[in-house]
Unconditional design. Structure first.
Lengths: 291, 291
């Protein structure tokens, strides 16, 4: 596995692959890799001749410096996992290089994609995500990029940016991977001790309860959201940031749910922020997502 | 000369050139071509094997719908000029394709580059410029792009965006071309009748007066600006939008001018907006411009 630490070296590597007639799939990550990331790597391997993974904890997407400081970093383990997964190159840029002094250019997405859900509690978060993703795309120049569906709003935004800015990249979405107990895999799960973990399960449990209720004919969005509040707020130290029924047609908030809707929620367990969602019709979301 | 009207066709054309080992220089324009544009085309021809020129009147950079409606459009003449200048391909995208329904992604440049000069009177203008330029860059994928120095703030912003977003493109700047009487060439000059034209000359005259005064030892920015106000405000129907001494080191407003400074101004002549600037040290600006 090749290791590339500069934007120039990364681009040279990619262009050599392209010159040799090979296609490139790219999986951007912030490290602290888990089975969810590795499933995206497998999807990337199936989609192109070469796979590049980036590991970069992007400061511009952290609205909260404390959250950035506490973000888990496990580089040596991550590299071993990627090598074992057959990744061809890992890209490890530095912040000095990504955001040199005087840096002042950002990608802004306006409208329904950034006026709700995580955009409310995390101002500037998606601006930081979109900005680092386009920078990584310009460095790696992939044919395909793979993102996890767990970060639904993020992948909708990236897909929108790719379309709007005419990037010659196909965005693929990998399904949310879950632990045996149902918790959606997340690097942040490392910050949960056994007791927090037990309480965190109220999130997938509430979402699943709502999905079953929708299957039995309940379409009132407020009542569907209540199932999540009910499950989560039974537990001390659990706060609900949002619960919302969102239609993937236009990413609008729905008062009455239909099969194009997801139920999305964010909670804090003793201050650790966790997000998850379910497609109410129970099916895997269309890829690329509707815009 | 090839004519390409879709983003896909443009990219296919460029990739075929690259595959054949040829480099590409790109000159984005809004049409209404004059000798200033053609000088950029000549610079482009000297810088790469193939030259692409785009003609697209970009609606997102017009803060004023009336200004957009009145922007001169002379497509047949433009095409003839480009063919005669040896341009290899002209890119003519449509607005339906550039900004389809639901379009919501924009490039924002924050800080000194967008807090002064034209950014004040034209909110959203540079956001629109940066956005269309990155879209055109993604379609054309040039090695080199050439911009006119007359639009100084624009070229500084584009250069900054290219650096910040790691675009693999070299930005070249062509010097301001002037009519025999000293007026900076601009597509907007077509909207000046003989009387307006005469009054418009107060702008280069004022700038030149200030430059000479600087050469004789005057460095007080306010006094240098006064030379422009004095020249312009003698004429009825001439309004001054701004006159400002700006250091190209950091693009900050200077109270005391030095050799790194330009004197930049915008005026309206019977409502037609004209901009111009002089480098106080009289030399051609460094390329790429300082950031």
């Amino acid at each position: 596995m090749d290791e590339l630490t500069t934007i120039g070296a990364m681009r040279t590597w990619s262009r050599a692959q392209r010159a040799a007639g090979r296609t490139i799939a790219f999986v951007p990550t912030m490290g602290a890799l888990h089975e969810g990331h590795l499933s995206l790597v497998r999807q990337a391997r199936a989609a192109a001749d070469r796979v590049v993974v980036s590991i970069y904890v992007n400061p511009t997407q952290f609205d909260n410096p404390d959250d950035l400081a506490k973000y888990p970093q496990t580089l040596a383990e991550d590299q071993a996992k990627l090598a074992a997964a057959g990744v061809d190159a890992v890209f490890l840029p530095t912040t000095e290089q990504m955001y040199p002094n005087g840096y002042c250019t950002f990608i802004e997405i306006v409208g329904p994609l950034t006026d709700k859900l995580c955009a409310i509690a995390r101002p500037g978060h998606f601006r930081g995500v979109a900005t680092v993703v386009i920078k990584l795309f310009h460095a790696v120049e992939p044919d395909v990029a793979v993102f996890g569906q767990k970060d639904l709003q993020q992948v909708m935004i990236v897909n929108r940016m790719v379309n709007d800015l005419d990037l010659p990249i196909r965005v693929l979405v990998g399904p949310t991977m879950r632990e045996a107990d149902g918790l959606a895999m997340s690097s942040r799960n490392r910050r949960l001790d056994a007791g927090m973990r037990e309480r965190a399960l109220s999130l997938p449990r509430g979402l699943e309860r709502a999905r079953l209720a929708y299957g039995q004919g309940l379409s009132d969005a407020m009542k569907l959201c209540e199932a999540v509040y009910d499950e989560c707020l039974q537990h001390e130290g659990v706060e609900v940031d949002y619960v919302e029924v969102v239609s993937l047609k236009g990413f609008t908030t729905a008062e009455t749910a239909d099969d194009a809707c997801v139920l999305a929620a964010a909670i804090l367990v003793d201050g650790v922020r966790l997000i998850d969602h379910v497609a109410l019709a129970g099916t895997v979301l269309p890829v690329p997502l509707d815009d």
